[in-house]
Design a protein around this ligand. Structure first.
Ligand code: NAD
Length: 480
């Protein structure tokens, strides 16, 4: 399979997608080794994981180099690779206490002769299927806590961005105990399907359309599917907010990583009194943003990683214009040096029926919608199949939070935007079609990978069949 370079458009890399047989063989290897991994005390598993963090740092140069080619951006690639050892160390610090607090745990019994306790039993084989927008972060974000829990892990990154896999595998090979219970496989949809058929728990990050297929396949296989899907995140900017600061915050939250982030702000609802000032500043600030072309070490936004995304957005913009929207800046998908780029694109006079307001764009596109009544703005923000995250800007946090509580989304940034990219501690559910299953953040990030096994200890004589005989019940009823 030939892989396209997002900066040059050339097919300069190739992979051999793993077929179903290879995936089954990998799963079998991991299953054989998993019981010993799960039986280790958490301190021992942590020590091994911490050695992996060091090994990633040792190989960081090579991983960053390949991830930079995969994604067409340098700085964010370095941040992604730098973040993974930090995630491992954070779980190393937190996992022992979380596990100790949950297992074994005395549970009060309603029967005085029975003593209850529960212990946590990890799912044997965990599987991750990841998208192309943050290839390193999203391939490892769920696998790391799953490994701490005692699962073995099989990871399938996106076939659009597979180059970083080889140097990442080199870091795993440095920790032989880890190599026995963690494998990364390359491949496309068929490889992903085979993964779902072979694991005991699947975490999928990607589009709603594929998420639905994964959920159906997981239901057939009787395994939990934990889905983190798309969004169309709204930002509400109330009249008490500073329009100049708000415009700068909205711009960053919308276009960082070329808007190719699930938590990007994709709809802006602005209180009418500050609309003009906001819009004027937003356009001026958007025009200062530079492409990282031709020099990857300059500018703020890179090419589309997946070129068809540019075409999809061009269609959304054309439809919006045909229905009366005005593009105030940006708006033209450019091919530069073989890469596909779009400068920050601000639209006014958009209406709720336009695709640019309804469908995920996954690019640097900012439709701006004024409102007179905050209740109406909330209703418009909630009029979406998505419910991933949202943001509210206001003069005070209290005012913003009151509005935030009325939004149908799992993570609400207050006086900032897209904060789920930076904050890992607070559990948040994906509402509506943005996902399914427990949060990857906070304690549930690890507890979701355990099943609960209850021990019910009988301290008295066990009951006999005669205790349930009809004669006895009949006598009791007569007596009553
Ligand atoms: P995608 O759904 O096209 O692909 C994701 C992964 O699924 C890839 O690895 C692909 O090979 C695999 N796949 C495809 N068909 C499959 C099948 N039938 N069975 C199993 N696996 C299959 O997503 P994408 O285009 O790579 O990523 C962009 C999407 O991801 C956007 O919608 C974005 O919002 C979403 N996303 C969500 C989050 C989140 O945390 N909620 C984070 C990042 C991206």
């Amino acid at each position: 399979m030939k892989i396209r370079n997002p900066r040059t458009g050339e097919l300069d890399y190739q992979i051999q997608p793993m077929d179903a047989q290879d995936v089954a063989a990998a799963a079998a290897r991991l299953r054989t080794n998993q019981p010993a991994w799960a039986a280790m005390p958490i301190a021992e598993r942590s020590a091994i994981m911490l050695r992996w963090a060091d090994a990633i740092e040792k190989h960081a140069g090579a991983i960053i180099e390949q991830l930079t080619i995969d994604t067409g951006r340098a700085g964010i690639s370095a941040m992604e690779v730098g973040g993974v050892p930090g995630t491992i160390r954070r779980w190393a610090a937190q996992a022992p206490d979380i596990i100790a607090n949950h297992s074994p745990m005395d549970v009060p019994s309603s029967n005085p002769t029975i003593v209850n306790s529960t212990r946590l039993v990890p799912f044997p084989l965990f599987g991750a299927i990841a998208p192309w927008n943050f290839p390193m972060t999203l391939s490892t974000i769920d696998a790391i806590p799953a490994l701490f829990a005692g699962c073995a892990a099989l990871i399938k990154p996106s076939e659009i961005t597979p180059r970083f896999v080889e140097p990442l595998k080199a870091s795993i090979a440095e920790v032989p105990e880890l190599a026995k219970i963690l494998e990364i496989i390359v491949g496309d949809a068929a490889t992903g399907q085979a993964l779902v058929a072979n694991v005991d728990y699947v975490c999928f990050t990607g589009s709603v359309a594929t998420g639905r297929k994964v959920a159906v396949a997981a239901a057939e296989a009787f395994i939990p599917a934990n889905l983190e899907l798309g969004g169309k995140d709204p930002m509400l900017i109330l009249a008490s907010a500073d329009p100049v600061e708000a415009a700068k915050t909205a711009l960053r939250a919308s276009i960082l990583a070329t808007g190719q982030a699930c938590q990007s702000i994709e709809r802006l609802y602005i209180a009418r009194p500050i609309y003009d000032k906001f819009l004027e500043t937003l356009v001026a600030e958007a025009e200062k943003v530079r492409l990282n072309y031709p020099d990857i070490n300059q500018g703020e936004i890179g090419p589309f990683i997946f070129a068809p995304q540019g075409q999809k957005i061009a269609e959304q913009l054309a439809e919006a214009e045909s229905k009366g929207a005005r593009i105030l800046t940006g708006g033209t998908v450019e091919i530069l040096g073989g890469g596909t780029y779009l400068r920050p694109t601000v639209l006014a006079d958009v209406t709720p029926d336009m695709a640019v307001v309804r469908d995920e764009s996954f690019g640097p596109v900012l439709p701006v919608i004024p409102f007179d009544d905050v209740g109406n703005a909330i209703a418009q923000a909630n009029d979406s199949i998505y419910g991933l995250s949202a943001a509210v800007l206001a003069g005070t946090a209290e005012e913003a939070e009151k509005v935030g509580a009325r939004l149908e989304a799992g993570a609400i940034s207050i006086n900032d935007g897209s904060m789920t990219a930076m904050v890992w501690d607070a559990e948040n559910s994906s509402f509506k079609m943005s996902g399914m299953g427990p949060s990857r953040m906070g304690e549930s990030g690890i507890t979701r990978f355990f099943r609960k096994q209850a021990f019910m200890r009988q301290t008295a004589e066990p009951a006999r069949i005669q205790d349930f005989s009809e004669d006895k019940f009949a006598a009791l009823r007569k007596g009553a």
